[in-house]
Design a protein around this ligand. Sequence first.
Ligand code: G1P
Length: 289
Amino acid sequence: MNAGIETVVFPVAGLGTRFLPATKVVPKEMLPVVDKPLIQYAVEEAVAAGARKLVFVTGRTKGAIADHFDMAYELETELEQRGKRELLETARSVLPAGVECLYVRQSQALGLGHAIGCARSLVNEEAFGIILPDDLIDNGDDPVLAQLVRHHHETGASVISVEKVPREKTASYGVVDVAAFDNRVGRLRGIVEKPDPAEAPSNLAVVGRYVLSSRIFEILEHTEPDHRGEIQITDAIAELLREQAVDAFQFEGRHFDCGSKLGFLQATVEYGRKHPELGGDFSRWLDEA
Ligand code: G1P
């Protein structure tokens, strides 16, 4: 059994049309929640889960993501010369030493499953993680991906994070069928992508964290596009669970859907309230307003 994960894949090729005009030239993953771009939260979560290899599946107009994780020579030299040690540290802390970033392009928008399949040649034969940066999860000191990795380490099963949503929202998510939960974990019997509420097997929605067996890549090779014309990771997982154990993990933390403006604003307020320097002033201002 494999002891952990080395690689995390970040599908970041989406156009982000819901945030136009902000995302006309800026990738949606670079929009900041307070002072950090969304993708930075995702990368920190991956690194906290032990990942040493980060694979970004990018597309056109996404160059700023690679720039963000490169060393910024001009900026660093300037800050160094001006003696701005703290700012220099902030700029450098974007990526810890020993963590490698790799980039692969999804040249056509053929769905999340297709995007993940594009990472195949950069992921080894072991289980790997996936983080969808739109799904920001505040789980204190124990980020969700690290919890999934621990579960995978203990059981060898693939594992995906889920949370309860109002039944009328099932058509926005992958939805799981689980017989029973024991200590937040349940073995998957089925999974469907964006079912109508009347047909949904439960109200437990997949939220963007996965640890999957690399067998998923072989399955994705023959996964057919769905009625929307997209190759879904959900459909590939539905096939995987017929061969191997796949578990659902109900996390405790607070999830913000930063793919929507409302979720993004909510995250901004919550992370603003908790910010080490601004939190006090911001909370007082909010409470007085
Ligand atoms: C994707 C997945 C879906 C999952 C969701 C979580 O959908 O296809 O199964 O529940 O992410 O955010 P998307 O939001 O990209 O339409």
